[in-house]
Design a protein around this ligand. Sequence first.
Ligand code: PMP
Length: 422
Amino acid sequence: MSGNENGNETGNDDRPATDGGTAEGSPPTGEEEGGEESARFAPADRVESVPPSGIREFFEVAENRDDVISLGVGEPDFTAPWPARSAAIDSLERGRTSYTANRGMPALRRAISGRVTRYDQSYDPDSEVLVTTGASEAVDLAFRAFVNPGDTVALPTPTYVSYEPGVRFAGGEPLPVHTRHEDDWALTPEALREAGADEADVLVLCYPNNPTGATMDADEMDAVAAFCREHDLLVVADEIYAALTYEGDHQSVATRPGMRERTVVINGFSKAYAMTGLRLGYAMGPEAAIDAMTKVHQYAMLSAPTTAQHAALAAIERCDDEVERMRREYDRRRRYVVSRLRELGIEVSEPGGAFYAFPRVAELAPDGDARAFATELLEAEGVAAVPGTAFGAGGEGHIRISYATGLDDLKEAMARIERFLS
Ligand code: PMP
């Protein structure tokens, strides 16, 4: 305890005579200090049990070269639309620098509620919407609010890299549910049953999907919803790529009969509005769910960033054209990447959304090892793509290519891949 905490301006007068085993008057040596520090900061078991991100690990190699074309990042290459940036600047000029309501600015919650009606979702802005610091916070809150120690959380794999660590940090047990290239990475009741998800407590759905780009059609989503009802699963539906859907309409599990009451829907501004750095997302669900998540949020975060909330409100109100322009551009790149990969004899399932393709390189890699393929491609040609194994079981033999990269770079990357293969 420091003197200041005691209100003792003079400092350490009431400090115990021995501090960490050091005799009074003889300050600890650096060595003792270092040893103590590392012992004091030994991570908790649940933190220790989570490996470092496979994406980061891989990209440290790429950072040391300046000729690399990165197809690795899961981040738009566009800048946030001007009306959103302008609203953020304006909010600062007007001195809007305080916290907002824990749940987010009422006007923003109303705008979110109005916006999601396009997916047939209907949520009361006062009680069923929570604005968060990125979709990332909403995912974390959902796990912390609903997962009890030892609860099983079914994760369709390949999976977005944050779910498994999030489940573990919350004390839960991730249960991988394998989806397959042959099924275009769609989730099926058979796959859920095979994995034992009928016994799970929570199911995470991410469609359009990171890393595969897969979307679910209406019948596929109906079948998954029926499985969830039958086995009483709570669902966390991460729909952050909903607005970046290219084939058919976005399908939300929450709109299926009997599903709204057991689903938390998560969305955000990072992808559709190219606002990753503004850190703004939201969760929607029945009042009881949002109350529980708000309880964690109000202690952990207080409120989402105010400047970003002003930007987000403008994004919803004034940026539809910009979003559509970006969506069309992603779609153009998607078609190009898929047709080029197929021309090169690389199998790839048609991604229906997000900005990723997940081609199969097993036949082209030494021992079918996608990590070796990605490493050699990076070393030989300076093209960075993420090995599928970074996304958990089921990603073996595949790489993730992000087409959130300009068409010129994509063309050059494909030319380099062609050269690499020959
Ligand atoms: N969910 C998925 C599936 C994502 O791909 C990402 C970003 N890579 C996030 C959530 C996190 O988004 P945010 O920037 O809103 O925290």
